[in-house]
Design a protein around this ligand. Sequence first.
Ligand code: PLP
Length: 393
Amino acid sequence: MTFEEIKALDDKYIMHTYGRSPVAFVSGEGATLTDTEGKKYVDLTSGIGVNVLGHAHPALVKTVAEQAAKLMHVSNLYYTEPDVRAAKLICDHAGMAKVFFANSGAEANEGLLKLARKYSFDKYGAKRTKVITLQNSFHGRTVMTLEATGQDKFHNYFFPFTEGFIYAKANDIEDLKEKITDEVCAFLVEPIQGESGIRPLDPGYLAEAAEICREKDILVLFDEVQTGMGHTGTLFAFEQTGVKPDAFSMAKGIAGGIPMGAVVASEKCADVLSAGTHGSTFGGNPLAAAAAVTVLETLLAPGFLEGVKEKGEYLKKSILDMDLPAVQGIRGTGLMLGIVVDPEKRAGYVSELLKKGVVVLTAGTDAIRLLPPLVITKEEMDIALKAFKEVLG
Ligand SMILES: *Cc1c(COP(=O)(O)O)cnc(C)c1O
């Protein structure tokens, strides 16, 4: 089909919940995408942090094809090998105890919030139900995760929302202290706020917040849906914060493009979600789990994540060194970067970049967000840098 044919059918049959860019992609390789006209683009989005191994990665393609031909799904009523292998890789690396597999970030966060409430219920009864999240956070699109999200614009239309969320100011320890009451069971944060503009939390704030929470047996939860799976230069962002959460969620990049999410818990709360209290038909099915094993093994191979850090530094330094008038700064780390620009002009820059064959994301009001596949090459980065120079120069 041509782009026009696809767009016409999309307009007619797909609900208009997304603002789409005027391009239809048909194939990809590494960090390069090809559209319906055969035009090539450098992908600096990895499908919003998902395609960590890029497009058509040979090992991942092989795993998925072989697993699909063997066994795709049997439900969680039976044992399978791929999910235990994926869970062991995650726990061993993270220093965690147990995993629950889901299918998306929002579903992983729902599981994480259920775990926190039940942890508290089991120990203290039904009086500690509240969860503190941060202003400008983003935790997902289900009714509970919308309410967990600390942005008013998400608390609309779908009333009644799930009760029990309190929004604290990021990096403001006094505000957090004021908001902690005897009813709070958990503190949930993104170590780097992604959707709201690539805003890392201060390590000092996180350390102090974690200490306050632990004194009161309030669970420290990280939403690593976007920061997890290597984009920050370590497998999980918490490895760089100095604070290890009691439990965390992950999704986006975990299976490299096959839908998957996970709740990962430390010893302290590993057995909270007991038989019959939580579940998911698709969660951890052999196809997604086998893909996750290949992605995890690739990311954890010696040197891979160091390479991500180096690429991130190259990209960041090259952008700053060009001293482009439109660039007001860069936030973030590794290959999770936000180029700060004038909010009024951002949409124009993004569409100009697309015309020049570079696909980028936005985040918050002022950031051009870069989340390239972790396998991006220097040549691909240099094509993108040339386009930045032209568009932002
Ligand atoms: C993307 C994202 C989510 C939601 O994930 P879905 O897979 O879209 O449900 C939740 N939290 C964070 C931090 C995210 O970046």
